[in-house]
Unconditional design. Structure first.
Length: 398
């Protein structure tokens, strides 16, 4: 099987034009946005040209299906509100190139997927979570984005294209190529990472409800300031996590909405995202205890109300030994030893797909470890090396 690096890079750059931010190579292509739907339509055309059968499922995940049983490759083409050009896109275009190369070589049969809302506008890897059966479409439809739009409303933009869910039984396995999105390969000078495990995640919204009042006349000791409660909560969990977390554990408050969001009003309400990740499901549960107790303690001490939104999450998942072995052998043959085994601290659709079939992942380096930012990038020579390692693994798996 001979991949075509020029054709691969040209398609990768073409996909970048959809939602180009104008800052470096960055993109703004959140799930169901105009740019996302247009990018999927363009991808569908490329899949068709490659001889694949185009199919959208009810979530808007886009498949290019080979006839009969096949191996599934891919990732996602939606982005964060400010995203890089490679996060997800790389895995989809690499999959397309391997499918074309395999067809030209007379086999094996390769199908391609771009899952919808991997970046979690509505949840956590929403498209593949619904496909895996872990969340029903009916439940998912009630999820809202940061601005209150429901998934049901957003899905309407793709309703005309949607068919049924694809039967996973036709796939022998799934391999997802991705950028590392962290610093380790770049720092070590390695060109490929073969993933051992993907961490688990928990994610929910928390709201402190206090008392909205005048910022000039309300004495400090009489305030029920929702933002001050959030500040106290943030400090308290950091202190209480000390006996629970490891250096690999991470937690993030990435979104905060204050009401009514004005300079001269003591905020009466603070709604914020609380997300935490670790490779150990027990630790994730202990962190949840700390978070809920700390929020209650802060609310009680300051006379506010606290409420918790639905808890979303994915369990830690180990990669399949056989598929991982094929990636390792291919990396060993093609990188002169410049590869390593590593866990994934980012979430991926592969976690959900593992419910249905064996999965494996490979990484290429992220320059300076930057991702979920317009500055995200990878050397083209590394992108092509990763593509070749992926193709080599598919040949080995037959
Ligand atoms: O957040 C993640 O790890 C993924 O990029 N959605
Ligand atoms: Mn991604
Ligand atoms: Mn991402």
């Amino acid at each position: 099987m001979k991949v075509n690096p020029a054709r691969f890079l040209s398609d990768l750059h073409a996909l970048r034009q959809f939602g180009a931010s104008g800052v470096g190579k960055g993109i703004v292509r959140p799930a169901y946005s105009e740019a996302d739907v247009a990018a999927r339509a363009w991808l569908a055309g490329r899949f068709k040209e490659a001889g694949l059968n185009v199919h959208y499922d009810p979530m808007g995940s886009l498949f290019g299906l080979a006839d009969g049983p096949s191996i599934l490759l891919g990732s996602h083409s939606d982005s964060q509100p400010e995203g890089g050009w490679l996060d997800g896109a790389l895995g989809v275009i690499a999959a397309l190139e391997v499918a074309r190369a395999a067809k030209e070589a007379g086999g094996p049969a390769v199908s391609v997927v771009s899952f919808q809302d991997e970046e979690g506008r509505f949840g956590v890897t929403t498209g593949s979570t619904v496909w895996s059966g872990a969340l029903s479409l009916e439940e998912a439809d009630k999820l809202t984005d940061r601005t209150g739009v429901t998934l049901a409303q957003a899905r309407e933009s793709m309703a005309l294209m949607a068919g049924d869910f694809v039967d996973p039984a036709q796939f022998s396995g799934f391999i997802e190529m991705h950028i590392e999105q962290g610093p380790w390969l770049d720092q070590a000078g390695d060109v490929v990472g073969v993933v051992t495990d993907i961490v688990g995640i928990r994610d929910m919204r928390i709201t402190f409800e206090g008392e909205q009042n005048h910022a000039g006349t309300t004495p400090m000791h009489l305030r029920k300031d929702a933002f001050q409660a959030l500040g106290a909560f943030n400090a308290l969990i950091a202190e209480r996590f000390q006996n629970v977390v490891t250096p690999q554990t991470v937690w993030t408050i990435g979104h905060v909405k204050l009401h009514p969001d004005a300079h001269s009003i003591v905020p009466g309400r603070a709604t914020f995202s609380m997300q935490w990740r670790d490779g150990d499901a027990n630790r994730l549960a202990r962190m949840e205890d700390v978070i809920r107790r700390a929020a209650h303690d802060v609310a009680e001490a300051r006379e506010l109300e606290v409420t918790f939104g639905p808890m979303l999450g994915l369990e830690p998942v180990a990669m399949d030994a056989k598929s991982r072995g094929a990636l390792e052998a291919s990396a060993q043959a093609l990188t002169e030893g410049r590869w390593r085994l590593m866990p994934s601290g980012a979430l991926h659709d592969a976690t959900n797909v593992a419910q249905h079939m064996p999965v494996a992942m490979l990484f290429v380096p992220s320059i300076n470890g930057i991702s979920h930012a317009f500055e995200e990038d990878t050397l083209e020579v590394d992108l092509v090396k990763g593509l070749e390692v992926l193709a080599g693994a598919i040949e080995r798996l037959g």
